[in-house]
Design a protein around this ligand. Structure first.
Ligand code: FES
Length: 120
């Protein structure tokens, strides 16, 4: 089973978190399952860019990016060649390493204002 590593699961400087992820699992679903802070303002419905992550290893294993994902990515900040939307990118048979974008970490906290003060 491929392994998915979040390099900054709880923000800058946090210890990396690695989980097993069955093929077909989205990066967002894996994050939800392990507590990594990937925002998801639209609930994974490809209507925001708050699940923006950087796939630092295993990018080519995630499959093609769709035109719709590319369109939504235009809304994201600091887009890089390794950018993907966590709700759309699914692991396949290779290990993957992800850095959560600042935008996504902020969105995660925005969705949980009660944690904003204790989460830093
Ligand atoms: S959660 Fe909104 S596009 Fe992924």
């Amino acid at each position: 089973m491929p392994r998915l590593t979040f390099r900054n699961p709880h923000g800058p400087g946090s210890a990396a978190l690695t989980v097993d992820a069955a093929a077909g699992t989205s990066i967002l679903d894996a994050a939800e399952g392990c507590g990594a802070r990937v925002g998801h303002a639209c609930g994974g419905n490809l209507a925001c860019s708050t699940c923006h992550v950087y796939v630092e290893r295993g990018l080519e294993s995630l499959g093609e990016i769709s035109d719709k994902e590319n369109d939504i990515m235009d809304k994201a900040f600091d887009v890089r060649p390794e950018s993907r939307l966590g709700c759309q990118a699914q692991v396949s048979d290779e290990d993957v390493e992800v850095e959560i974008s600042d935008e996504s970490l902020k969105a995660w906290l925005d969705e949980r204002p009660e944690l904003r003060k204790v989460a830093r």
